[in-house]
Ligand binder design. Sequence first.
Ligand code: SF4
Length: 412
Amino acid sequence: MTSIVKDTHTHTQIPQSLLQATEPIQDLLETASLYLHIPFCHTRCHYCDFNTFAGRLPLREPYVRALLHEIEMAGVMARHEDGRLRRARTMFMGGGTPSLLNVDQITRILNACFQSFAIDADAEITMEANPGTLDQEQLLGIRKAGINRLSMGAQSFDEELLKTLGRIHSPQEIVQAVEYARAAGFTSINIDFMFGLPNQTMQHWQETLKRALELRPEHLSLYSLIVEEGTPFQDWVNDGSIVPGDEDLCADMYEYADELLRQAGYINYEISNWALPGHHSRHNLTYWQNLPYIGMGTGAASSFAGRRFSNEREPLDYIKLVKANQLPEVESEDVGLAQAMSETAFLGLRTAMGLHLPTFATRFGQPFSQFVGDHLQDVEAAGLLEYEDDWLRLSTRGRLLGNEVFLRLLPD
Ligand code: SF4
């Protein structure tokens, strides 16, 4: 497992006005972003530990029906006391592979959300897609249904590396999928790539980034490989048949990508995410700003009304619960004020833009400095934090130490 914390950019290049809440925090806290989980894949990639299932494609229609019912029940649960529908600013259909659903199924899911929630007219509505599953007609259909942002897992432009990862698509299909998406009218496209892969050289990585930039996606997410428990990758690492990139190579790859993307006009607004101006993911910012969200579908997590809860993970059990008119919630915890304050602070500090101090104070009725007390001075004195206008963020050294800074900041 490799974590990349090298900080090579100057923070001042982040246009903070873009990232700062455009409306009062108290209004944003009255909204909920929606996440919809589609747990089907053709085959499982060798590194994947997401809640997704291969070989269950016949379950798609029963699953969609259950999801429609859950959306309706969640809409009722989330209503305001006076009966108004809960407002949603973003929706994200993730997986798994949502692009394995047909246009009719995707349209029905979106329509159910439009009926059960008050979706903003300019909402960001993202769907994840696997380039090996897309065709022109389907993309035209989902664009028409209301999806306005596409997020594609491409991972690499190298044929051999794609095989090592167990991906079902070729490099050419990535290019083709982007062309289809553009022709269908998508003006906001994210592509994911991975680095630190077994046998991946710097040259592979440079070639992948070069080809990625030729497609000019509005957003790029670049992740270092994490070898997760229970995956084939973990077995192969344990028996020595694959060796992930070492930490130095990963750091060099990250640094190279950051420099290249900055020169190409992208802004590194979160450690793993780069966007052209105005194209940062509003949905992901919901998580990083610790704003409310409601997850629907198998294993989906929610943070809403002072609670964090998550759904049944197994599709058949999920369908059974929903058919019995039950919200398929299986785990839940109350989030107290101190926990909400810590989480908001630490999620914010993890991002490149940092924590917006006036927003924190307005949200919790207490300045951050008062919340963490003397710890703040200690951490500041150690050079782990830096201020810029109203923002507080980790310094380069602070980012290298990551979790240790958070532990030192925690109130007693
Ligand atoms: S396509 Fe995505 S969700 Fe499906 S197995 Fe591969 S990495 Fe996991």
